[in-house]
Design a protein around this ligand. Sequence first.
Ligand code: EPS
Length: 390
Amino acid sequence: MDYITAGESHGPALTAIVSGVPAGLKINEANINSDLARRQSGYGRGGRQKIERDTVQITAGVRFGKTLGSPITLAIENKDWKNWQDRMSVFGNAPENLQREVTPRPGHADLVGALKTNTEDCRDILERASARETAARVAAAGIARELLADLGVEIFSYVTSIGDVHLNEEDPLMVAPDYKPLDIEMSEVRCPDKDVSEQMKQAIDAAQEAGESLGGTFRVVATGLVPGLGSYAQAKDRLTSRIGAALFSIPAIKGVEFGLGFEAANRVGSQVHDSIINNKKSGFLRTSNNAGGLEGGMSTGMPLIVSAAMKPIPTLKNPLQTVNLDTLEPAEASKERSDVCAVPACAVVAEAELAFVLANAYLEAFGCTNMTDLKANLKAYKQRLRVMSR
Ligand code: EPS
């Protein structure tokens, strides 16, 4: 299963094509739209989210609510396009009064993209480099999420810090899978603790007043996985490397940690690795989950827990110094309308990226042509594991 997206932030629409989806998978548009709404939400988002009501339109690959096994096309209209038709026209000439973007923002793709593609207008770059593109990823991953849900896998995320406000968790790797999704969804910053949510919102308010932006960290959790997804045999098949690459593909992600992450490097071996037990009811289990559900590049069957760090958004109300590309003189970086903080939204995008990797791992292990065969193979595998653990 693979996806590709197209679309500019202020163009007519975002589009995704998902290929390699098995036939016979039920698709519920409402679930995809709910993920799109979750991505749009979050305290600290900019004015754009008041304009958009992201909803998916599926135009290929689904018949009577089920996948055909052919490529699926998903489109999301950019409602803001009507305000940009002159500046972002697909054909015709640029308007005479067109204001080119010539003051690249440090931290965004503006300057390097312009140098690379030989354009005199950074808008050619920023329109695609904008995190608006992640709406198409979330829609595409909606297909992966339907597949995983059908196989008993759930994915959720929560925010662990915004700026210097941190959620203090006693034993996060053990408690994280038990958080109540409703508590997370009720928080405007996707944080399960009400008081910390308030502090995070205050930090966002303060940043906004100061003309600043804020980054943060979040965790993504997947439950219900069978052990053995991914592989130890080839570098590219290690689930760890695939998930790492997928999360690092999200704009502004600067760090990814699995389970204990960097903290594992501070400890001795016996304080890191998870003892193995065998329990008649559940089979092989671990007494802890420091590995975050991955060993040898494969799922262990424990909840998969991965954390990521997002840098602050580069568009600043009080901009940094840059160089005017026309005059080559010092200038202030451009002040696009933007978000003060998009960490909660980024966590939803990370859910989507993780869903894609995990769905692929299931398809590789249990077959990818149709849901009936896939489920039969998965059932047989689970049965064999039960026999091996008794
Ligand atoms: C985004 C839409 C954008 C930005 C943001 C993400 O809308 P606009 O540019 O029209 O305000 O709010 O873009 C960025 C964070 C970025 O770095 O470009 C969205 O829908 O997620």
